[in-house]
Design a protein around this ligand. Sequence first.
Ligand code: PXL
Length: 280
Amino acid sequence: MKKILTIQDISCVGQCSLTVALPILSSMGIETCIMPTAVLSTHTAFFEGYTCKDLSDQMEPIKEHWKKEKFSFDGIYTGYLADIKQIEIVKQIVKDFKKQDNFIFLCDPAMGDNGKLYPAFDEKFALEMASLCSISDYIAPNITEACFMLGVEYKEDYDEKYIEYLIYRLHKLGAKNVLLTGVHFDKKHLGIAVSDGNNISYHFEKRIPRMFHGTGDIYSSTLFGGLINGLSFLEAGILAVKFVTKAIKNTLDVADSHWYGVCFEPCLKLLTNYKYPNKK
Ligand code: PXL
């Protein structure tokens, strides 16, 4: 059985980060170890007065204990980091645990959306996050995150050239495989651009005209699970688009009471029943 480590926060209520990654990766048959970066009462969008306990000082002692125990992982997936100093700690964790050739490090530079950074972050944080992306096997930013990491102007309306330019610059940082989320060339479709450095492929689904928080974490968790279970980059990317789309459709029926995130749980069987190449 595959065993991975995911490093991101615990938002106790709100359907994002670890409370999303754990059920998704477990549904895909993957043992999911966690390193929490912070404990928050809720996520930082839509809620006022949320609490946040930064766990930076726990991360190195946890890592050192794991090294003594000789734990190993098939991959690491990082999401929301709570402080700029955690980026350096995460780099060291990846260095210490990246042993075998087929190890997968996916960085989701979770720090913004819709042209804005989340409240906890600034431009300096975004540039530091770019340095984590530069040592990643796979990265999955949205267009906002890509723009902040690269210092490129954020646009709502753009053409293929703009997307190609962002991808080119993300590869230039050092990221081997780049997936951009939230890509659209018309109002009716929404999807991804996937690049291995040689080829860019696109996949779109019909846009559901409603935004929900936490879709990025659902997306990256599914993408990572697909990669760990032996899907190609594009296959894993498409599975994740399909899963997010299904989960959003499911949320529409309960949106009034479930306004803070995506109600994805009834859709998990799609991931459990999927025929993965190397699921043992
Ligand atoms: O979904 C990304 C995310 C994760 N964790 C926390 C957040 C957000 C986005 O707002 O606030 C704490």
